[in-house]
Design a protein around this ligand. Sequence first.
Ligand code: PLP
Length: 403
Amino acid sequence: MPPLEFEPLRSRAMSAAPRPPTAPQRPSTPPPLPARLLLGPGPSNVPRSVREAMAQPLVGHLDPSFLRVLDDVQANLRTLFGTQNRMTLPLSATGSAGMEACLVNLLERGDDVVIGVAGVFGARMCDVATRAGARVTRVDAEFGTVLSKDAMEDAIARVQPKVVAFVHAETSTGVLQPVEEIAATARRAGALVVLDCVTSLAGLPLALDDWGIDAAYSGTQKCLACPPGLSPVSFSDRAIDVVTARATPVQSWYLDVTLLAGYFGGERTYHHTAPISAILGLAEALRLVLAEGMEARAVRHREAASRLVGELALLGFEPLVRAEHRLPPLTAALLPERVLGWQDGAGASGEAALRRRLLERHGIEVGGGLGPLAGRIWRIGLMGDNARTENVDRLADALRAEL
Ligand code: PLP
């Protein structure tokens, strides 16, 4: 056996290293974080009981006590997604990984996919699918509007794709995309349907099975009111059959749903070390959602958003999106002149300076625009626990004070 190279290297490095002139400083404890009201596009604030659930002493990811929690999490995610799909699970990564998991499992090199792009996250899907070697046909809609079902239908009829993908709740524009007709058209053409539910899960009732969705993904940091870090995903049996019949292995080992099935399916064998504490937090968050009831929660989101639109109108902001397509958890508001020209008195001006002032003086975070809407809109999230009229009033008071 050849000698191990790192041993001599390590001892040489140790003997050659000059001694530090003084004892190394003890790392200091970071200062506590300030309290913030998170009214941006996510994350949203996390209820105390969710934080406490995450702070429990650790058990192993194969411990029977934890596996019982995982069973409940998967069952409750099925309820919220509106599906019977066996492969419904909290993926150990953020929403973008959920997007990637849905697309790289279903698409092989050279496969055709039609993607509806009405905002930044539809465009991200195109990037992911292109990197996976798929042939992407993009159907664009103006930011702030919904996808045209006729344009989607034409593209599906022309391309006969393997997969049709689009975003249910476009967080970059505040648009709620109607799903059923596009999904039905895709299904009739024999395509699998992928839906981004990052900002809709736990903010609006979902019905993946009734809508005919084959793969969907979300994130924990929006209407579920957990920290970021998990992506609930769901694959229909039809989707799993397509993955199982692939000619080539899934490009990503970590996201291969047939391998993930070892742990998240029936057998509970090791695939990767599941993020136990994050899943304990999600378990509590799901309990809170189901205790409130999804219908009541959706009403709470709608009422808070409607109050926000009213308060913003008094301050000169106009909604970007027509009333019938507005997404209650995320309101996109066009900025009035008094915001665009706002000055902080110390030399900074503009909408970004006002957002910084809201954060620093009032402890409130709101989001700026993305892509072509940067500098033109604010994105104000009322998600999960934050979807309450008192939070709207706090923001409106702060804005009134500054404007
Ligand atoms: N899709 C949508 C609609 C989103 O809003 C986001 C994040 O904001 C993502 C995907 C990506 O999720 P993440 O940032 O958790 O990776």
